[in-house]
Design a protein around this ligand. Structure first.
Ligand code: 6GU
Length: 241
């Protein structure tokens, strides 16, 4: 897989060299390329040269904050998006980024992340690339607001890259963990069996695999009911009622 990131803060992505993703890059399972949006900000909206390389302008219709310009993003994405590539636009106004979506995106040949700042990217950018035949996904990590798409893109890249076949040493641990089966993970324990007066649940020391599997399933259900009742809603739309 090839990952491209376009941002006004390319230095944010130096973290990709040191995390688990560093290993995937060394193994050549992923090629990551980070681009500075200002490379494409050399002209103003009217076509005259812009020595300041502005990337934003005030919103049509008024309101607070600045909007990132479609002309700048269009030049950037025309250069970066490859045929068949997926355009991901991280946004708190996006649809939820889930484990299922991460697994789906792990199959893509290329993903280009367009990281917006300010009040977001002119809405015509998503519209244009969709009309041009690209898969475009505006995605949110959750119901809180970050200053920009950069941290969200790093999180999405990590979630996606670890699902690329050959990335993880232990393939079973990818399948078994939280969210793969729509439930939260059971609580983990290791040695010492007794610590500060707290004992490991006895069933885990019993060697009885059937009882252990049943106990773990019960723990998954109890945790999910308590912490994420929305995951158990039976209407199957994933939305809490
Ligand atoms: Cl993807 N972007 C921003 N700016 N804030 C967020 C987010 C994304 N997901 C949750 N909050």
């Amino acid at each position: 897989m090839r990952i491209d990131v376009v941002s006004i803060f390319p230095e944010f992505f130096s973290v990709l060299d040191v995390s688990l993703l560093g290993k995937a890059r060394q193994a050549e399972l992923v090629q990551a390329h980070v681009h500075d949006l200002r490379q494409w900000a050399d002209v103003k909206p009217d076509g005259t040269p812009d020595v300041h390389r502005a990337v934003d302008d005030s919103p049509f219709g008024g309101g607070a904050g600045m909007v990132m310009r479609a002309d700048v993003w269009g030049r950037a994405l025309d250069d970066v998006l490859q045929p068949g590539g997926v355009l991901v636009i991280p946004s708190p106004a996006g649809s939820p980024f889930t484990q299922a979506l991460a697994a789906d995106l792990a199959q893509a040949e290329q993903i280009a992340f367009a990281c917006g700042r300010y009040e977001g990217i002119d809405a015509r950018v998503a519209e244009h690339y969709e009309a041009a035949g690209f898969r475009v996904a505006e995605l949110s990590l959750g119901d809180y607001v970050l200053n920009g798409g950069e941290v969200a893109a790093v999180a999405m890249i990590e979630a996606i890259a670890r699902l690329i076949p050959g990335f993880m040493g232990n393939a079973a641990s990818v399948v078994e963990e939280s969210h793969a089966d729509g439930l939260l993970e059971y609580p983990p324990y290791t040695r010492p069996a007794s610590w500060r007066g707290l004992e490991v649940p006895r069933v885990l020391l019993s060697g009885h695999h059937g009882m252990i599997a049943r106990w773990r399933r019960e723990q998954q259900m109890a945790r999910t009911r308590l912490r994420r009742p929305d995951l158990l809603a039976d209407d199957d739309d994933g939305v809490a009622q």
